[in-house]
Design a binder for this molecule. Structure first.
Ligand SMILES: [Zn+2]
Length: 241
């Protein structure tokens, strides 16, 4: 069987998601696998996650301070995964809307980085394992998919981007993480420990470390045993070549 992610040369991979920690939670083990196979990975996060307050957030925390913390945490986590660059768009956390301005901004990013493979998340996912899927996740997925098709590769969409020097570019494949309709499953058992190590860099978000590790252990596949745990990450993939 041919694995779905064996490409014949090093791929330029762009991850467009809403928050710091989304890449690691949604598909971090797959990204770690790809980095180790020699592919080039860039993150473009739309917000800095400055509303990511939880029960372990210090009471004197401000949104500006949390934004700085989460930048640093994301850069550290990306380093563990093997990501080459991390960019933040600076949209307001929690208020992401898949409007025409966000679509234009993502088209600009796609044309700038010219990814072969684009990773985002499935905007149709309303229910997540933790309850209601965050609206920013849905908005990020929707705006990114709308940017890919029909705008990114078509010169008559957003002609102002041509003026800025951004020529049309179409990714070859779009991989949607956090999907309830997967058609592509990657066995990520080998790189699961790297995902976990990267997630532990998001200290402001994970709370009690042992409970967190236990929660992550429970994500193993049903055919796992204590001696041989197995982990998967699931995607819906759209191919344009
Ligand atoms: Zn998130």
């Amino acid at each position: 069987m041919t694995l779905p992610d064996i490409w014949d040369s090093a791929q330029n991979i762009l991850v467009v998601l809403a928050h710091p920690d989304d890449p690691e939670f949604f598909c971090g083990a797959t990204l770690a696998r790809w980095a180790r196979l020699g592919h080039h990975i860039t993150y473009q996060l739309l917000t800095c996650g400055d509303k990511g307050f939880n029960e372990s957030t210090p009471t004197d925390m401000t949104t500006d301070a949390l934004c700085s913390i989460r930048h640093a945490e994301q850069i550290a986590a990306a380093k563990v995964i093997g990501v080459e660059a991390v960019y933040f768009m600076g949209c307001a956390d929690g208020y992401l809307v898949p409007d025409i301005n966000l679509r234009r901004d993502i088209v600009r990013v796609i044309r700038k980085f010219k990814p072969d493979i684009l990773i985002t998340c499935d905007p149709q996912t309303l229910f997540a394992v933790y309850g209601i899927n965050h609206p920013d996740h849905r908005a990020a997925g929707q705006a990114t998919m709308d940017a890919v098709f029909p705008a990114a590769g078509n010169p008559v969409f957003f002609p102002e981007l041509l003026t800025e020097g951004y020529l049309p570019h179409m990714p070859k494949e779009v991989w949607c993480s956090l999907t309830m309709q997967p058609d592509t499953i990657i066995d990520v058992t080998d790189t699961w420990p790297i995902k976990l190590e990267a997630l532990l860099e998001h200290k402001s978000q994970i709370g009690d470390i042992e409970k967190f590790k236990e929660r992550m252990r429970s994500r193993r596949t049903e055919d796992s045993t204590d001696e041989n745990p197995r982990y998967e990450e699931r995607f819906r993939v759209v191919k344009y070549h």
